[in-house]
Ligand binder design. Structure first.
Ligand code: GCV
Length: 738
């Protein structure tokens, strides 16, 4: 591809030369100092649309000399408005609107129905569905043009955002031939937001949903939320916490839900609700919520009808049932399938779906917690209605810094499985630690379940292609537990915005590269200067491994403070449930450490396909990052590095802290390329991260030493404080607690 300043760039135009005028305005702006990096608070996310540097802007203007985009529907209007806003910001002025291509360099956006120009081009839009799009360099009536074409307004909206991204990331525009179709149908955010605006596991302030003022006050921020989501292809949002309150289903709240749905609709975003299974009792006046009771079924059907009267395109229900104390069908001796199917029948006439979570475990079940979801759900394979998806967390425990993929992936060939990732960093340093989750998401999606031989990746399970023989045209989807709150920068920190962004891009294409996504995000959010881009992306890509090292190296897991999950707590023991303690998971003794999930232990490995089970179950073959997840290992066990396990653990904890030090130094060097306001906050948060990484290392090592009685290998600094100091720390007001 050629650069952006192609032959069209320098072509003189007849009449008023708006490009020249714009260039003049930009020069004036630069002279007035507007070109300098100005303080930014992060509100604009990756949709900043800052002026393209003068040397390149003319080249880009040559590809937006006119804008042909309808506004006959709310989605078309939103698309056109976004293009005008984006091009105005990037190029200094929005191109004039036109009905026909009369100049070289027109930008034509729409569908064959909305645009006669697009209809006339007879592009091959087959297979694009409702949401796919093409971006092509074409010739219209002898004039060069760029067309963003789709079958439906939603696809054109996504294409418009993609076109803007090409400019934002400084891509060439002169020979475009892009074709994009989302691989997953439902790309959904899960807000764990309560009606009192507390966000469970939220680290970005209170909920953005101002329930009290809704429906009359619709905060303009809701539109920006919708724009940001649409820009990365997110097409659904579950408004309330899975630990749900039945009040959300009452008429007063449905009015509020309707108000939000009306704001989001033009951006292709459907609203869903977390349903409390016991709602028929709590707000319905029934004495039971038994899913097989005809009165209960009738109540849910009537409730669904009522919801659809408010929100005709309501997406459906998300349900957490019989998990962590939530009500569910098992309270009545019924199965998860009975519960899910009852709700599915209620929403089916309206085209709704049910996302039924597989995050179930009970401390009354004596078996390894990691095995319980599989044990409950695999026998139900094939027993769910077609409009039910079983929503499965990426790993079998709970969003740890590293987990092997959940054994349910690949094990339910007759049931659509939906991925659930956690974007908010409950176990990864809350908002202050810079941890880019793209590599974590990518690692799970690329993991090979081997359910049908090599190449049976998790991505192929969730996109439906792996089980195409047993599931025809299934629902497909991905859910991300949102990290969005009322904080001005949305996510609690500037770099946490990248996790929202990466989630959306990977939900669109689960095979995308997390590194390439990071690069796009860095360019859009901060700067295209290569002196900034490469080091910033480098920090992001390294950050996930760093947090694994300083929190839970080599397959350790669930070692954080009790309840709030802030900071190290490997000593956590006792309390109401063994499976909410750390000692349950690490099983460290004087002799060794780790959870034996091999055949000699809980045999959780047997839940994986035989080839994977053989690998995970063999201490000589298990990938070292999962060693202590699957095996109880003597401290003197020889690692592939030649170190003993104890030495390797000390090495990795220390390496994690060192990596954060490197991240800090790298960020310090990036000050010239970032506005001072954002630079200062990231630097301050990195300082917190370094302090807390050190704390994780020191507290963990002090605790392991108290069990194994070993000194640190030579050259490693001992923990500066005694174990009792770390154990004495308490954080009753740590944010996000449930
Ligand atoms: C919404 C973990 C979290 C809980 C969360 C639960 C879930 O246990 O700590 O806050 O509850 O997962 O995913 O349902």
């Amino acid at each position: 591809m050629k650069g952006i300043g192609g032959p069209g760039a320098a072509r003189a135009r007849k009449g008023f030369d708006w490009r020249r005028a714009v260039a003049g305005i930009c020069l004036l702006a630069a002279a007035l100092g507007c070109g300098a990096a100005q303080a930014e608070d992060g509100y604009e996310l990756w949709l900043r649309y800052r002026p393209i540097e003068a040397a390149r802007a003319d080249g880009y203007r040559a590809f937006a000399t006119q804008l042909l985009a309808g506004a006959a529907t709310p989605t078309q209007a939103a698309t056109r408005e976004e293009l005008q806003r984006g091009l105005r910001g990037l190029l200094g002025a929005a191109p004039p609107l036109a009905e026909r291509v009369t100049r070289d360099g027109a930008l034509v956006v729409g569908t064959p129905a909305s645009s006669p120009t697009i209809a006339g081009l007879r592009l091959d839009t087959e297979g694009l569905g409702r949401e796919g799009y093409l971006i092509r360099s074409v010739v219209v009536d002898g004039r060069k043009a760029t067309v963003v074409a789709a079958n439906d307004d939603a696809g054109a909206l996504y294409g418009a955002f993609h076109f803007l991204r090409l400019l934002q990331t400084r891509q060439p525009l002169d020979r475009l031939d892009l074709r994009e179709v989302p691989r997953l149908k439902l790309r959904v955010l899960n807000h764990w937001d309560n009606l009192d605006r507390h966000v469970e596991r939220g680290y970005a302030g209170e909920s953005i949903w101002d329930w009290h003022k809704l429906p009359d006050w619709r905060d303009p921020r809701y539109v920006d939320y919708a724009r940001a989501n649409a820009s990365i292809g997110i097409n659904g949002t579950v408004l309330n916490n899975v630990n749900s309150n039945a009040l959300i289903l009452t008429p007063m709240y449905l009015e509020k839900v309707k108000a939000l749905a009306d704001v989001f609709r033009p951006y292709g975003i459907r609203v869903y609700l977390s349903a409390r299974f016991s709602a028929p009792r709590e707000i319905g006046g029934l004495g039971t919520a038994d899913p097989l009771d005809p009165r209960v079924r009738a109540w849910w059907k009537a409730k669904a009808d009522e919801i659809y009267r408010h929100v005709p395109d309501f997406g459906g229900f998300l349900v957490k049932a019989n998990s962590e104390g939530q009500p569910g069908p098992q309270d009545y001796g019924r199965s998860h399938a009975d519960g899910a199917n009852m709700l599915a029948d209620a929403v089916a006439p309206h085209g709704g779906v049910v996302m039924w979570r597989a995050f179930v475990y009970s401390h009354e079940t004596p078996d390894d917690r990691a095995k319980q979801a599989y044990a409950e759900f695999v026998p139900l394979d094939g027993r769910f209605r077609p409009n039910v998806m079983v929503q499965v967390k990426n790993g079998a425990i709970d969003f740890q810094p590293r987990e092997p993929f959940h054994p349910l992936f690949g094990a339910m060939p007759k049931t659509p499985l939906m991925m659930e990732f956690q974007i908010t960093k409950e176990y990864l340093g809350f908002a202050t630690h810079l941890v880019y989750l793209g590599p974590l998401f990518e690692e799970t999606l690329r993991a090979d379940t081997k359910a049908k031989g090599e190449g049976s990746t998790v991505a192929r399970v969730i996109d439906g292609s792996l089980h195409a023989d047993t599931l025809q045209d299934p629902l497909t989807g991905m859910a991300g537990v949102a990290n969005i709150g009322a904080d001005r920068n949305w996510s609690g920190s500037h770099f946490d915005q990248a996790n929202w962004y990466a989630y959306g891009r990977l939900a669109w294409n689960p095979d995308a590269s997390s590194k390439a996504i990071a690069e796009d995000w860095v360019r859009m959010t901060f700067s295209n200067d290569p002196r900034f881009v490469a080091p910033a992306v480098g920090m992001m890509v390294a950050s996930r491994e760093a947090v694994v090292d300083y929190m839970t190296p080599l397959g350790l897991h669930h070692l954080m403070g009790r309840g709030h999950h802030y900071g190290p707590g490997p000593w956590v023991d006792g309390g109401p449930r063994a499976d909410w303690t750390s000692v349950y998971y690490h099983r460290a003794t004087r002799e060794g450490i780790g959870f034996d999930r091999s055949a000699s232990g809980s045999n959780a490995v047997a839940q994986y396909a035989p080839a994977v089970a053989a690998e995970f179950g063999d201490i000589a073959r298990v990938p070292e990052p999962f060693l202590l997840w699957f095996h109880h290992v003597p401290w003197d066990h020889r690692m592939r590095s030649g170190r003993t396990l104890w030495h390797e653990l000390v090495h990795r904890y220390t390496r994690g802290v060192d990596e954060v030090k490197k991240m800090r130094a790298a960020w310090d060097g990036l000050a010239p390329y970032v506005d001072a306001e954002r630079h200062r906050q990231v630097a301050a948060f990195l300082a917190i991260q370094e302090k807390e990484a050190q704390w994780w290392r020191d507290a963990s090592l002090a605790y392991w030493q108290s069990l194994n009685g070993r000194a640190l290998p030579p050259g490693y600094a001992p923990p500066p404080k005694p174990l009792r100091y770390y154990q004495s720390l308490e954080f009753p007001y740590a944010p996000g607690n449930g």
